[in-house]
Design a protein around this ligand. Structure first.
Ligand SMILES: Cc1cc2nc3c(=O)[nH]c(=O)nc-3n(C[C@H](O)[C@H](O)[C@H](O)COP(=O)(O)O)c2cc1C
Ligand code: SF4
Length: 491
């Protein structure tokens, strides 16, 4: 059986009573009886890996946070529910169906790392999920589950970067979603300004906490985990690591909640065992491609390049997708058939990433925007050979000195088009292929009646993150850089 139900039940759980009747709450019960370190050891034994995209081992992350606890201030647990990856709708589906397991997982995490508060970071636009979560928190608090932990729901902006962990911490701390230079682990939410004369501490640029790492700071670490990661925790603690490992692979134990959209008969979200072949996932969730067409390629979100049809038997696991030079990411698979124009798809990804880049790193924004412009020209069949040369050059420079992974994503997707589908690009250059508009690649707003609804408004979003008629020419880091307290980003 391909579809399984560990973190995603077939129907929505109505209230805490139903959650308890289905066996919920047992993980927290166990967690309260054992030493916090025993929880971390169980998670390490389970092999659970972060479901936010990078697949980092969760137990290792928790242990690092504990080992770097601040003697002065308590640790905060942050639940990353920003879900902005194009083609992904799994965290919102989990929150709609069962927010209780996410709250329980976060409370177990707080117990393991001695966290005094949990912040559930969602988006203002996720009205349904915010309401479900708030109801669950109210019930859980009333039931006495959170006596020594403060629970808060934070409603953040729509920007893609808000989901990037360090940018999310920036936003929680009252600044704009601009990523920090990645330290070995995270500090904040509470910024500790060590040098009051530092001009940047009063600016809207990323906080001066980049060097957080081994020793030397009073700032407490923050444990940030994805919604689906935490949804797995209660059962691992209640039933044990061996139970968790009864499905999945050695390196990717457990299940994964996948989103399938694009040219398939249906769009949807479902949970499968890690290691299930991608073709089977697409078939089971999407019902195969529509209209008797054949799959040509699959885009696993905007972080990695196209997966060609001949590699569709690859197991859906961290190691399986890495072995073909791709990645599992947040398991959102956008399917393209033999009538789809992959140049237009790549042009859409290029535009999305160039617009969403914050501009703290010049190549990411400037080369990114040039790439988006040239890719648009290519898919309209207006480009010449020299434009292709410039595209190749910019693909090789766009990620230079990048603070976060977004710039590498831009590189990955365009490099994959140029390497694997060069004939498609050539067809546009020679004029054999008709000019087309770039595909809309943006965040998903909903999946309704088996159809994905993409954020159409992204077509109007400017590279300065405004929705003005004209682009101001400023990058977001410049436009918002002087402001410490953000005015609301436009929705
Ligand atoms: C551009 C960008 C956007 C991201 N967006 C999200 C997101 O919306 N949700 C999420 O959980 N992780 C997102 N991530 C990954 C997070 O930075 C981080 O790896 C994750 O929250 C860690 O949680 P985990 O260990 O439980 O996976 C994003 C990363 C990048 C580079
Ligand atoms: S790589 Fe791009 S998105 Fe990331 S911090 Fe730099 S400019 Fe911003």
């Amino acid at each position: 059986m391909t579809i399984v139900h560990r973190v995603l039940y077939p129907h929505a759980i109505a209230d805490l009573d139903e959650y308890l009747a289905r066996g919920g709450g047992k993980g927290l019960e166990v967690a309260r009886k054992v030493e916090p370190l025993a929880l971390i050891e169980e998670l390490e034994a389970s092999g659970l890996r972060g479901r936010g995209g990078a697949g980092f081992p969760t137990g290792t992350k928790w242990r690092t946070v504990v080992e770097n606890a601040s003697p002065a201030r308590p640790t905060t647990v942050v639940v990353n529910g920003a879900e902005g990856e194009p083609g992904t709708f799994k965290d919102r589906t989990i929150l709609r169906n069962d927010p209780y397991q996410v709250v329980e997982g976060a409370l177990i995490a707080a117990r393991a790392v001695a966290g005094a508060s949990v912040i559930f970071a969602l988006k203002r636009s996720f009205a349904e999920e915010v309401a479900r979560l708030k109801q669950a928190i109210d019930e859980v608090v009333a039931a006495g589950w959170a006596q020594d932990v403060a629970l808060e729901v934070f409603e953040g902006p729509n920007e893609y970067l808000y989901g990037e962990e360090t940018a999310l911490l920036e936003t929680l701390d009252g600044r704009y979603p601009f990523p920090r230079i990645a330290p070995p682990f995270r500090r904040g939410v509470v910024e500790v300004v060590e040098d009051a004369s530092d001009a940047r501490s009063g600016s809207g640029l990323a906080a001066h906490v980049e060097m957080a790492g081994e020793g030397g700071s009073a700032a407490p670490p923050t444990l940030a985990n994805n919604v689906e990661t935490l949804a797995n925790v209660p059962r691992i603690i209640a039933r044990g690591a061996d139970w968790f490992r009864t499905v999945g692979t050695e390196k990717s134990p457990g299940t994964i909640v996948c989103t399938v959209t694009g040219s398939t008969q249906r769009h949807g979200v479902a949970e499968v065992q890690m290691g299930t072949p991608l073709r089977e996932v697409i078939e089971e969730i999407g019902g195969g491609v529509a209209g008797g067409r054949r799959i040509r390629a699959v885009l696993p979100g905007t972080a990695q390049g196209f997966i060609p049809e001949n590699l569709l038997d690859t197991p859906v696991s961290y190691e399986g997708l890495a072995a073909i030079g791709s990645g599992l990411g947040s398991a959102g698979f956008i399917v393209y058939d033999d009538a789809d124009d992959l140049t237009a798809v790549a042009a859409g990804v290029s535009r999305f990433l160039a617009v969403e880049s914050c501009g703290q790193c010049t190549p990411c924004k400037q080369d990114g925007l040039q790439l988006a412009e040239l890719m648009d020209k290519v898919c309209h069949s207006n480009a010449v050979e020299h434009d292709l040369e410039t595209i190749r050059k910019r693909v090789s420079t766009v990620a230079d000195g990048a603070r976060c992974y977004l710039a590498t994503q831009h590189h990955n997707v365009l490099a994959s088009l140029l390497d694997q589908y060069a004939e498609d690009v050539e067809a546009h250059l020679s004029g054999t292929a008709e000019g087309v508009d770039a595909e809309l690649i943006a965040e998903l707003v909903d999946i309704d009646a088996d159809r994905a609804i993409w954020d159409e408004r992204h077509r109007e979003k400017q590279p300065d993150w405004s929705y003005d008629e004209e682009y101001s020419g400023k990058v977001p880091a410049e436009r918002f850089g002087e402001h410490r307290a953000p005015e609301a980003l436009e929705e």
